[in-house]
Structure formats: structure tokens, C-alpha cells
Design a protein around this ligand. Structure first.
Ligand code: GLU
Length: 474
């Protein structure tokens, strides 16, 4: 009788940060890869906070990590797991390993361990505690001790990594790992294996700095008779110069990228390309990334952070973003810069947005380029601008003002056409009109071309500013 094929387990991935600081850009990329892989296979993406190191883990870091993930919109499919709260379960599994002979109690003191380790090193041997082969007496059992995993010594361990390929370790290169400290606290590799198993994790996608842990963890899986997950160790991110990413390369924390004016969808697009490729595609949507992402597209060479590329990706997503969202984000930048804002400012920014969003690489640039619309009347005109508005040129601006006042439609294309006709009627090139008009409309600030500047300001404000300027230069 043939039994029906058992269904393939659902894909479950996880991001397992240690809460000891902000969400690092490398961590964000790891989270994204796990997220995309889960979505690709209609699986689950989970988050586990690895807070077993009580001295280094902080509540602020937990908050910073979740803030970073929320900003990137990488939401887990279940409530997060906090590793420390599972210590009892980790001890239970350590006891199971003791019972099956896959672990042993080690009664060496820290000093004794240190001395034996030094001696083994000097002799070119792997350190091994004598307790590996020694049965403790009842008396011994009451004394403080650690619990060590008993690695198999006659075989090596092979990990078939989805990115690195098949990697082999000889047992001589591994030692008998402490899985419970003398105070009963479980150690990292045990906790990770137990949690990944209990959470049903099928794919462990993480930085290749954890590759050696995969060897140790695989041995623990084998000893427990548990199925190993698929490991995928992705190369770390390097700086533009090819060196390991560090502070001197600039921003490391995800929140700094938010502050630098990048959009979360641009960060997701850019981070997905850091170490993964789908042909030559550089600009793609979340839906495309979720449909395309696979471990076969992850490269073995470290990806380099490239700020020009990031700016390019960001400007693409700014162009596609809704104007009202951009107006809100731009308002936040003005606020963060300490500008005093008026009740209409969001509406003013919204009106200006279509005329500036094509040229901005970040929301900080959107703020730079929209500063002119927020100035209250009358605006101050700089020295150079006043010069441009003197004499004949000022009179011409007066005539332009009167023409525009009769202009019913305030559409950018109509304005552009009208400006052309006006220049022809005046018998001058647009160079004689543009700079003076800009000075009157903006005071000399950065602004798009004149038709767009007029459209961005709206009829009432634009005419008002022209009046104010003419008043000032009379
Ligand atoms: N907590 C580890 C870290 O933040 C990750 C462990 C893992 O992904 O297995 O580096």
C-alpha cells in the first residue's frame, strides 16, 4: 500500500536580531530576504528577539529594531518570540541531550578549563574536558558545572548551504560546546536550534558570519533527531570601497536612512538588490520582488553599498509616490528643520508637489525645493533680485502681472504658453523675463522653471507676490 505523499512543510523564515543596538542596514537586509522568501512561497515570516544576553540587551534596542522593521513595513506574520522567556524549554532540551548521551556535565572550573585549553593549544590539539569520558558521582552532581554538547569525533559535519554550497568541517575544528552555563543559562547555539525547531522554521537566512554556527547547530539538530532547516548564509554588506561596512562609510542604522529622506519602498528595492539579483532588474515593486525572490539569485560575493544607486532608486520611488503622502513627509522635514508652519502649509506643499517631485532624490531635497512656497507674504527679495527688478525690467514684470491677472486658467501648460507669447509681444528673449520673475516670486530661492513656479504657488499667492515685489521696487 502506498501512503499519500506528505505535503511539503510550509516555508517558515525568521529574523532573529539581538537587541543590543539600532537596526543595522545589514540586519534590515537579512530581515527583507527572509520576508521576501516567505512571501514568495506563501509561507510565514517570523521575528525572534534574541535577548538571552541580559547585560547587552536593552528595551530601547528592542524598540529601535521594531521601529526600523515597521518603517520598512516588514511585519511578522505572528507575535514576536522573545528568546529569554524560553530558557526553561532550552534547559529541558539540554536535559534530553544529557539523557541520550549527546551531552555531558563538565565540572572543571573556569581556571582549569583555561589551563587545559592553553595546554591543548600548545600541543596542537582540540581542547576536550576530561569529563567527556568521566561519570560524575552523586557527590559531584551537587557541585556547579556546565553542560557540554558531545560532538561526534569520528565524523565531520557537512552543511549544504543554499548560498555557500556544500561546506565541510572536520570534528577536530570544533569543540564540545557549552550548552548550559554553570548558572543554568542556555547558550546561543542551543537556544537558536530549539527555538527554530519549535517555531517550525524551515529556512534560516542570515549573514555569513554565522556559517560556523551552522556546523554546530547542525550537530545539535542531528543529535536530537530533528530535521535541519535549509541554511542560506548571505555575504555581508561592504562599503563602496570594498571594505567591511563600518561607521566611516556613513549611515549604518535604518533610522538614519529615514532621516536622510529615503522612502521605505526605495530602501526595500535597494536592499533587495544588495546581494540578490533578478537579471538586470534594478527598479522593481514589492509585488515583483515577492514574485521573483529566490535563494538561487543570492550571490557569493559581498555586495557593495552604493549611495548613487540608492539615490537613483529613491528618485524613482519619489516620482511614483502619491503627492499627498510626499506633502506630509516634506512637511515633517520642514518641521524637523525648525520652520514655523502655518495651517495651510500642507495644502501649499501638496499643490507644489507635482512640480518638484521629478527632480528630488530625497524628501530632504523636496523640502529644499518647496521652501519657496511656504514663505509668508511679503517675501524678502535678495539684493540681486532687487537689481533684476529695477527700471525697465521691473516695468516689464508689471505688464506680466497684468497679463497674468487676466489669465483665467492657471494650468502649467497654459502658463508656459502664455509666458512665451508674452516674451514675443515684448520682443525679448525669455532670459530677460525669467530671472526677474523668479526673484519676484521666490525672493531668489531655488524653484522650478517659471511656469511651474507660478503653478506651484497658485494664482492668488503668485499675483500677490508679484504685487509685493513691484511695490518694493517702485
Ligand atoms: N541573533 C543573531 C544576530 O543578531 C542572529 C542569529 C541567527 O540568525 O541565527 O546576529
Amino acid at each position: 500500500m502506498t501512503s499519500p505523499a506528505s505535503p511539503k512543510p510550509e516555508v517558515v523564515t525568521r529574523f532573529a536580531p539581538s537587541p543590543t543596538g539600532y537596526l543595522h542596514i545589514g540586519g534590515a537586509r537579512t530581515a527583507l530576504f527572509n520576508y521576501l522568501y516567505a512571501k514568495r512561497y506563501n509561507g510565514k515570516f517570523l521575528v525572534r528577539v534574541e535577548d538571552t544576553d541580559r547585560e547587552r540587551s536593552t528595551d530601547e534596542a528592542v524598540k529601535a529594531i521594531f521601529d526600523g522593521l515597521s518603517w520598512l513595513e516588514l511585519f511578522a506574520d505572528e507575535e514576536p518570540v522573545f528568546q529569554f522567556s524560553r530558557a526553561e524549554r532550552h534547559r529541558e532540551v539540554a536535559n534530553q541531550l544529557l539523557e541520550t548521551g549527546h551531552a555531558y556535565r563538565d565540572f572543571l572550573s573556569a581556571e582549569e578549563t583555561g589551563a587545559l585549553r592553553d595546554a591543548a593549544k600548545a600541543a596542537g590539539r582540540t581542547f576536550e574536558s576530561p569529563w567527556r569520558d568521566r561519570e560524575p558521582t552523586v557527590d559531584d552532581l551537587s557541585k556547579p558545572h556546565t553542560v557540554r554538547f558531545r560532538r561526534p569525533v569520528d565524523t565531520g559535519v557537512v552543511v549544504d548551504d543554499a548560498v555557500q554550497g556544500s561546506v565541510r568541517w572536520e570534528s577536530s575544528s570544533l569543540d564540545d560546546l557549552v550548552i548550559l552555563r554553570s548558572d543554568g543559562a542556555p547558550t546561543y547555539n542551543l537556544a537558536v536550534v530549539v527555538d527554530d525547531h519549535d517555531m517550525g522554521v524551515t529556512h534560516v537566512i542570515r549573514g555569513d558570519d554565522h556559517l560556523n554556527n551552522a556546523a554546530r547547530q547542525s550537530l545539535i539538530y542531528d543529535a536530537l533527531g530533528w530535521t535541519r532547516p535549509t541554511f542560506a548564509h548571505i555575504p555581508l554588506i561592504h562599503g563602496p570601497d570594498g571594505a567591511k561596512l563600518s561607521k566611516r562609510h556613513g549611515a549604518q542604522a535604518v533610522h538614519e536612512y529615514a532621516e536622510m529622506g529615503y522612502l521605505p519602498e526605495a530602501m526595500r528595492n535597494y536592499l533587495a538588490r544588495l546581494g540578490w539579483a533578478h537579471g538586470d532588474d534594478e527598479l522593481f515593486s514589492d509585488a515583483q520582488a515577492q514574485a521573483w525572490f529566490d535563494l538561487s539569485g543570492v550571490g557569493k560575493a559581498p555586495a557593495r553599498l552604493d549611495f548613487d544607486k540608492l539615490a537613483h532608486v529613491n528618485s524613482h520611488w519619489i516620482r511614483l509616490a502619491e503627492d499627498d503622502r510626499l506633502a506630509k513627509l516634506t512637511l515633517d522635514v520642514h518641521l524637523a528643520r525648525g520652520h514655523e508652519l502655518g495651517p495651510n502649509d500642507e495644502a501649499l506643499l501638496l499643490r507644489a508637489m507635482p512640480f518638484v517631485k521629478d527632480r528630488a532624490k530625497t524628501t530632504l531635497e523636496l523640502a529644499d525645493q518647496t521652501a519657496f512656497v511656504l514663505k509668508p507674504r511679503p517675501i524678502a527679495i535678495d539684493e540681486k533680485g532687487l537689481g533684476l527688478l529695477a527700471g525697465e525690467s521691473g516695468e516689464r514684470i508689471g505688464r506680466l502681472r497684468d497679463r497674468l491677472a487676466l489669465f483665467a486658467s492657471w494650468d502649467v501648460f497654459a502658463l508656459e504658453a502664455e509666458l512665451k507669447v508674452f516674451a514675443e509681444d515684448e520682443g525679448v528673449g525669455f532670459g530677460k523675463i525669467g530671472p526677474a520673475t523668479r526673484a519676484a516670486l521666490t525672493g531668489g530661492a531655488v524653484s522650478p522653471d517659471i511656469a511651474k513656479t507660478l503653478a506651484a504657488l497658485g494664482r492668488e499667492i503668485a499675483l500677490g507676490r508679484l504685487d509685493d515685489a513691484l511695490q518694493q521696487t517702485k
